[in-house]
Design a binder for this molecule. Structure first.
Ligand SMILES: [Zn+2]
Length: 462
């Protein structure tokens, strides 16, 4: 009896171990199945690290940006399109972490927690991912950037569709630079090569920050249009000199913004004070990250906690310690254009299975930054910038609003050239951000680029 009891006990123990093992395997499969199925070493889906069974990535017109052909991952025929869409389409190695081929790898391969790789086995391919991007607009933006470092992005501020996004430096996926070439880069030509500057970039804003100071002034100074300032080219605030390139003379607020007078905005910032500026920045999404791909954008930084009066003055003109993320700046311009509500830019419009079923149709998030009344007043000032200073001829038919920036970055380097703006033309509800690193003056470097891209966008919707 003793032996039988011991045998039964051992048998029960073995059953318990088997059940426990199966349970653990099931749990691990549920938790890690996606990771195991999509890992690059899995021969079902990769060959030499390249996807072989993944679906296509297409632009808004159905133009193929990446697809699988004869077991090889292939890309658009045009080198310009391949380079221009590189950071959004991404790579199969995962170096470009925010790229669609990394962020939507599971969908492209067709993995599903319930059916595993069923779709890939049945159809020989995964799901297709359609983007909101227009490949031709991206190629036009790449051309306008002319090999300089920086970024251009434009989106429909009513729908959130990202129409155009180019980040530079970039490379051709058919001719990838080797790790050795990148490491040996003598002149910084590959600096931040894998970063999508729209998402991962953080830059000194310079005068585009005057938009934030303007919002704060509109919110807190009911008689802003009666305010006047005389610029003598230099003013001292809190013992710190704030300078303009030349003396702007007597200015109303509207003229001070159109002329981008540093003295006027430093004076306004000092008058408004750190607390009000900080509150407006928070309202406009500073300090916040936005979901994009499988990650998040960098958060714009505006911190006046330890700022002396002179620092607050310089912060009001966008120089102090402030850093802005270009995606975030697009939302700010989009919100001003869209009666105060930011529709956050997105790039994947749908995911479709090989059988034609819609697997995913992402919807944009929205956030009310401003009241419609404040947004319209600020928009009216931004419209004057274009009509009174930059010139409507740069943006024919678009009723463009916007602001340039020439952001000093120190070390005797050329400033970053900015333009952020949007069209009030109802047929072309598009906001744009242009940042050319060390590109010089915003008005002479960034405006012509924005002009070329906006003209092409207007043609594409006309
Ligand atoms: Zn001035």
């Amino acid at each position: 009896m003793k032996t039988t009891a011991r045998r039964s006990y051992i048998a029960l123990l073995l059953v318990a171990v088997v059940i426990g093992g199966l349970t653990l395997l099931g749990v691990r499969l549920f938790v890690h199945g996606e990771e195991w199925a999509t890992m690059r070493a899995s021969s079902h889906i990769t060959s030499d690290g390249s996807f072989i069974g993944a679906g296509s990535v297409t632009d808004r017109k159905g133009v193929i940006l990446a697809t699988t052909s004869d077991g090889e991952r292939v890309y658009n025929d045009s080198e310009d399109v391949r380079r221009a869409t590189l950071h959004i389409v991404g790579d199969t190695e995962g170096y470009i972490s925010s790229g669609v081929q990394t962020a939507y790898k599971t969908e492209l391969i067709g993995y599903n927690r319930v059916t595993g790789l069923y779709s890939l086995k049945k159809y020989g391919r995964g799901n297709d991912v359609a983007l909101t991007l227009d490949a031709d607009l991206c190629a036009c933006a790449l051309d306008a950037l002319g090999g300089r470092k920086g970024l251009i992005a434009a989106y429909n501020y009513k729908t959130g569709e990202l129409l155009c996004s180019v980040s530079s430096p970039n490379y051709d996926v058919r001719n990838k630079p080797t790790a050795k070439e990148i490491a040996a880069d003598p002149d910084g030509a590959y600096d931040g090569l894998y970063l999508n500057r729209l998402i991962d970039g953080l830059y000194t804003p310079g005068s585009i920050f005057k938009i934030v100071t303007t919002v704060c002034a509109v919110e807190n100074m009911p008689k802003l249009d009666d305010w006047e300032f005389t610029c003598e080219g230099e003013i001292t605030i809190g013992g710190v000199d704030v300078t303009c390139p030349h003396s702007h003379g007597s200015l109303t607020f509207r003229e001070a913004l159109a002329d981008s007078c540093n003295g006027a905005f430093a004076t306004l910032a000092a008058k408004l004070g750190a607390d009000k500026l900080q509150a407006t920045a928070a309202e406009l999404g500073f300090g916040k990250t936005f979901a994009f791909g499988n990650g998040t954008t960098q958060a714009s930084r505006f911190d006046l906690t330890n700022a002396a009066p002179g620092d607050v003055a310089w912060a009001g003109v966008g120089q102090y310690t402030t850093l802005v993320n270009p995606y975030h700046m697009l939302t700010v311009l989009g919100a001003i254009a869209n009666d105060g509500t930011a529709v956050e830019p997105y790039v994947v419009s749908s995911v479709t299975s090989p059988s034609g079923r819609t697997v995913m149709k992402p919807q944009p998030s929205t956030d009310a930054y401003l009241t419609p009344e404040i947004a319209r007043k600020v928009g009216d000032y931004l419209r004057s910038d274009v009509t009174d200073n930059y010139g409507d001829w740069n943006f024919e038919g678009l009723s463009m609003c916007g602001k340039t920036g020439t952001a000093e970055v120190g070390d005797d380097k050329e400033p970053h050239a900015w333009f952020v703006g949007y069209s009030q033309n109802e047929r072309c509800p598009v906001a744009i951000v242009v940042c050319i690193e060390n590109g010089g003056w915003g008005a002479t470097s960034a405006i012509p680029v924005a002009s070329d891209v906006m003209e092409e966008i207007y043609k594409s919707v006309s």
